[in-house]
Design a protein around this ligand. Sequence first.
Ligand code: WQD
Length: 341
Amino acid sequence: MSKILVTGGAGFIGSHTVVELYQSGYEPIIVDNFSNSERSVLKGIETIIGKAPKIYAIDCNDKLEMEEIFQQEKSIQGIIHFAAYKAVGESVEKPLEYFHNNLGSMQVLLELMLQYNTSQLVFSSSCTVYGQPEKLPVTEQTPFLPAQSPYGATKQMCEEILRQTVAIGHKPLKAISLRYFNPVGAHPSAQIGELPRGVPGNLVPFITQSAAGLRPPITVFGNDYNTSDGTCVRDFIHVVDLAKAHVKALQLLEKETSDSYYEVFNIGTGKGSTVLEAIHAFEEATGIKLQYKIGPRRPGDIEKIYAEVNKSSEVLNWHTELSLKEAMRDAWNWQQKLQSK
Ligand code: WQD
């Protein structure tokens, strides 16, 4: 089985990708320092795939420790790089920590890949790189606007580091950046899902915790936007569909014959949904009537964004299979499982 290093593999998207990798015949090896994930995730993965995933509990920024993995694992075929700080608001408070961690880990990985002849990299990027696009749906050719946060800036910079390192072509390097829209939901088995720490900043975990009585009714941040019902529009994609896109990206890199290859892909549903539509999708999926109130806009929020995904379906041979309603069903099942523990 081909070894794939999954940095941040105990995280929300990382853990779902580890499952899909294993079920597609790869040997995923998790690298995670648990700075923003829980060890309990490993048990959930084991329950789904039937064996304990291999794990190195180290910081991707630590080049000496990372190098030991390359020496110990011998032939690593590829890397999927999730490990990064990812809270937009926190990045505004701690910009230099975000630059050090997110850019530093990319630098360490690329240096070791070139040194140990690991030539395939899939990078976890984000639609945040686009800012508020003028034209929708947003395509991969949409030019970057100045980043709206240090977090978004690190994603833009990491993509540029990748693009330039591939272009220099000192050694074979094939890379893909996947620009995620809004990952939501949980594994249908309810063994793994989102584990926000503290008060959830993101919409769906707040919805499920509010529905479970752990939080007050949700506040909808603004209903005076220029959208169908006044609330923001996002492209909510089921985390399992998103995880499968990473397997497709690896398969594309395996087939790629040139020594230097770099491409970016939008990974979304191609459909925009408003915040209120997301709330109603939860209600339809679960039969639970959600209490919510309308509050002021949240600073930094963009009004609407959703993906044009033709390139992903044509070149990556990937498309979404699960609906927002199914994502809400799976998110709720996961919330209930958490409460039963
Ligand atoms: C979605 C919508 C809120 C909470 C962020 C990052 C992005 C990616 C996904 C990392 C917005 C509204 C939310 C609430 C609300 N993360 N909302 N009440 O901000 O689109 O994207 O997470 O890659 O990079 O920017 O996601 O879930 O926070 O918000 O009304 O209690 O839900 O205003 O319109 P966002 P979100």
